[in-house]
Design a protein around this ligand. Structure first.
Ligand SMILES: Cc1cc2nc3c(=O)[nH]c(=O)nc-3n(C[C@H](O)[C@H](O)[C@H](O)COP(=O)(O)OP(=O)(O)OC[C@H]3O[C@@H](n4cnc5c(N)ncnc54)[C@H](O)[C@@H]3O)c2cc1C
Length: 491
């Protein structure tokens, strides 16, 4: 059996690509190595009766036209509107308002414009060397000017209050390890770590809707099967080989794995054209995020000074201007800074069905936690120490939280790598830096979703479209496959 398209990975991008391709009458297979589809959009019981999504609570927004064209609302994916973030210190709380809100609106408008720019790369391209075909006239990307600016510098121009500025930095960086004083860090404003709002019923509901849409259209989704090789013939991708030795022939292959995982684990190194090997080798990826899932007897007391609905949105714990640089420097050295950026989320406050009545689920997402520690791998003692450190930070702003804990699961970057196959546990598919963003993501001056291997398309977080929203890179890869099939570029 030969398929029109074989998709590697049944996360949001892989399933969105499958929906688009089957709707245009193509024969599609999706291969997922885990026992169930969803990728990072899963929700599971981490303690009897308590549910949470282990890798993230919220994803970047799905652009409205893609959300509606995938028919997700009809299939049950309902988003709770994104809520206001709060910074919480021992004795005061602050939400983003005024100029800080303006930055958000400005980045949302730039992301929309970049989405339009990225769509241009889907047009079929004339046969030429991959490395030269899009270069003669390189259209500027919206937001390119931020490649030379630092986040601190950009924000200090508009936000005078130190607390509000620290919150704006914390919100832009999210749980990524980055230094806001470095040139190019302003690009984080184009890569919102969240903003879709929570999915009622957990992220699994989003995965289930995408799965229903893909299967309803006739896509074959096979789980528990790991892809080990992308087969090539005459320089073109011709299908896949699985860990059990099965071979699958396809006219097009779409990989939703990150750049390094796609090219370094699914091809032999010496089978890659040298310029591909060089770029992939120099592409920087590193995990920096840890997560704690808390099953609680009840929600902690809301501090009297915190106005508004504190538990409806993300809570940044005591952000400070100097904290981000120090935490980043420690992360680069493979150590853990004493004061880490922590984002708390009271999941059960917006979705009470995730735990028994009266109880609560909270998550803590922690930035600048290295995947590789300078003194060796993550032992149980090191995990316990990190858990303790985060709890001490939380106790400072929400006293009494520790006493309510019934169970706590800690997830560090190696666990993320093991569960999702992301290189080094990097959920973002590569550093957000001027040589790895917009028109340079992932190839220098060449557009994804196409790759230097004809017939192989890249979706997922390492692509330019991957930063613009959830499902976007899958949909764009599918459109590129359809355009190339129509132009008879795929046999
Ligand atoms: C700017 C930006 C912000 C982002 N914000 C967040 C965020 O806040 N939180 C977050 O988690 N992500 C975030 N992401 C990542 C983004 O959400 C992802 O691009 C996308 O949503 C995840 O869907 P996916 O299908 O690409 O990957 P995944 O959900 O990771 O799915 C990949 C699937 O492939 C499977 N797989 C791996 N190896 C193999 C193999 N060899 N064979 C078969 N299957 C395999 C895995 O099991 C997994 O199911 C962000 C990305 C960017 C760039």
């Amino acid at each position: 059996m030969r398929y029109d398209a074989a998709i590697i990975g049944a996360g949001a991008d892989g399933l969105a690509a499958a929906v688009m391709l089957v709707r245009s009458g193509l024969k599609v297979i999706v291969l997922e190595r885990n026992e169930r589809p969803g990728g990072r959009c899963i929700t599971r019981e981490f303690h009897p009766g308590f549910q949470a999504s282990p890798f993230c609570d919220e994803l970047p927004p799905i652009p409205p036209e893609i959300f509606w064209s995938l028919g997700l609302a009809r299939l049950g994916a309902v988003f709770v509107p994104a809520s206001v973030s709060t910074a919480l210190w021992r004795d005061c709380a602050k939400s983003l308002a005024g100029n800080a809100g303006l930055f958000r609106a400005q980045s949302a408008a730039t992301i929309r414009a970049a989405l339009e720019r990225s769509e241009k790369d889907i047009l079929p391209q004339r046969k030429a060397s991959f490395w030269t075909r899009s270069q003669p006239v390189r259209d500027a990307w919206p937001g390119e000017a931020w490649a030379a600016r630092s986040l601190s510098d950009l924000l200090s121009g508009g936000i005078s209050d130190a607390g509000a500025r620290a919150l704006a930095v914390a919100e832009a960086l999210g749980p990524r390890a980055a230094h806001p004083d470095l040139a190019g860090s302003a690009l984080h404003l184009l890569a919102p770590p969240s903003g879709s709002g929570l999915v009622a019923g957990g992220l699994q509901r989003l995965a289930d809707s995408l799965l229903a849409a893909a299967q309803g259209g006739g896509a074959e989704i096979l789980c528990g099967l790991e892809v080990t090789d992308i087969r090539r013939h005459g320089g073109k991708a011709t299908g896949l080989r699985l860990a059990d030795g099965t071979e699958i022939a396809a006219r097009a292959v779409v990989s939703t794995l990150d750049l390094k995982r796609t090219f370094l684990s699914l091809f032999a190194w010496n089978d890659l054209p040298p310029e591909v090997g060089n770029r992939v080798g120099s592409f920087r990826m590193a995990g920096g995020t840890a997560r704690l899932l808390f099953a609680l007897d009840s929600l902690p007391e809301r501090p009297a000074f915190a106005t508004g609905d504190l538990f409806a949105g993300p809570i940044h714990i005591a952000p400070e201007d100097s904290q981000f640089g120090t935490a980043y420097a420690a992360w680069r050295a493979g150590t853990i800074a004493p004061h880490l950026p922590v984002i708390l989320r009271a999941i059960s406050a917006t979705d009470p069905r995730c735990c028994p009545t009266g109880a609560a689920v909270m998550t803590a997402t922690v930035a600048c936690v290295p995947g590789c520690l300078f003194d060796g791998s993550w032992t149980n003692e090191k995990r316990d120490a990190l858990r303790e450190q985060v709890l001490v930070s939380i106790e400072r702003v929400l006293p009494g939280m520790s006493a309510r804990i019934k169970a706590c699961e800690l997830i560090v970057p190696p666990d993320i790598e093991e569960a999702l196959g992301c290189t080094d546990g990097d959920l973002w598919g590569g550093d957000i830096a001027s040589d790895q963003m917009l028109g340079f993501r992932p190839w220098l001056d060449c557009a994804a979703p196409r790759t230097p291997i004809d017939g192989l398309y890249l979706a997922g977080p390492s692509t330019a479209a991957g930063i613009l929203g959830t499902c976007v890179s899958g949909v764009f890869a599918a459109r590129a496959v359809m355009a190339d099939l129509k132009a008879r570029r795929l046999k």
